[in-house]
Design a protein around this ligand. Structure first.
Ligand code: GFB
Length: 314
């Protein structure tokens, strides 16, 4: 096991204000390292020169590339140019500048949507590029696949110690709760909460509710990413998931139970279901001796406490 010691290192978390980036910062505070961050107001990672000069000046030794343009199924489907361009530019600029600044180790974050729409479940890392993608998020998926390939190419040609991790659907503190652009779990939590506050008799979920989704708490994901940064060095990407999935309708019922909303659940069938299932195989990560800590109900309960604590900015 090739250990990379974070002790005393300058570690840059690109995308530190996002849900995953902020979870990585929280997790790194348990390490004896110097955490570097920079806001997009100071350095736009889509700007190659600005990105390269910041990295050359700050000289990070390790990089968590968690900066990305992300969103739920509707945002992905309705803003393909932004999801493709922004993600391609950010990853290309950071990965290339990291190589030129002799960064010792970089971890690139992708997503479980990189796998084919009808991949055999659970999806192992080998399923990549073996079939057509889910149309609603093919743009984001292609950008993330390109990021995996860039890390592999820089490892092959320049010997860079760059690795890739593919988290499943994440949730937790700092998530996006905007009802048009968010992912399903925060959207259901906000809808159930607001329906309860208004005394509504029902709440509406998108699609049939039959698709299955795997969820992992952002803090569990961050722990896995720091674990991989320290212990993994290989060209192939690594799935980071919880190993269990749930139907969207059952998730809605779980969220309503946690929120305390007792109304009916209705379906807006004008909205897309997306991929029917995308459960990832966690065998590779398990073989490296990492397991997620929190279960879904516990994680949703903790996230709802955060949501109603007023820390949420929506
Ligand atoms: O989380 P989500 O937006 O994205 O949708 P994906 C998951 C499922 O939840 C879909 C249903 O079947 C939605 O129709 N759903 C039900 C809802 N109610 C809602 C709602 O109010 N809001 C939302 N957003 N969904 C994403 C990709 O796919 O997975 C991203 O688009 C990324 O790029 C992410 O890869 C991990 O899970 O379908």
């Amino acid at each position: 096991m090739s250990l990379y010691d974070l002790k005393g290192k300058r570690v840059w978390v690109a995308g530190h204000r996002g849900m995953v980036g902020s979870a990585i910062v929280r997790r790194l505070e348990q390490e004896d390292c110097e955490i570097l961050t920079v806001g997009r107001d100071r350095v736009d990672l889509r700007d190659q020169a600005a990105t390269a000069s910041w990295i050359a000046r700050e000289k990070p030794q390790a990089v968590f590339l968690a900066a990305a343009k992300v969103g739920g199924i509707l945002a992905n489907d309705s803003r393909p140019a932004e999801f493709l361009y922004d993600n391609l530019m950010m990853e290309a600029n950071v990965i290339d500048a990291a190589y030129r600044a002799n960064v010792e180790k970089l971890l690139f974050l992708g997503s479980s949507c990189i796998y084919p729409k009808h991949a055999e479940q659970p999806m192992s890392e080998e399923a990549l590029l073996t079939g057509p993608l889910e149309p609603t998020n093919q743009w984001y998926a292609i950008a993330k696949i390109a990021g995996i390939k860039m890390c592999q190419a820089y490892r092959k040609q320049y010997g860079c110690n760059f690795i890739s991790a593919m988290p499943t659907n994440l949730y937790g503190p700092g998530d996006n709760f905007d009802l048009d652009t968010s992912h399903v779990l925060p959207a259901l939590m906000r809808k159930a909460h607001e329906a309860k506050m208004r005394g509504d008799k029902e709440m509406v979920i998108w699609g049939t509710g039959s698709p299955l989704r795997e969820f992992l708490h952002a803090d569990d994901c961050a722990d896995a990413l720091v674990f991989l940064m320290k212990t993994y060095s290989n060209a192939e990407h690594v799935n980071v998931g919880s190993g269990t999935d749930i139907s969207i309708l059952e998730l809605a019922k779980l969220v309503c139970r946690v929120v305390g909303f007792e109304g009916d659940i209705k379906h807006d069938l004008s909205k897309p279901d997306g991929t029917p299932r995308k459960l990832m195989s966690g065998a590779k990560l398990k073989s490296l001796a990492w397991e997620p800590r929190s279960g879904l109900e516990e994680g949703v309960t903790e996230t709802y406490k955060w949501f109603i604590s007023g820390s949420n900015k929506v």
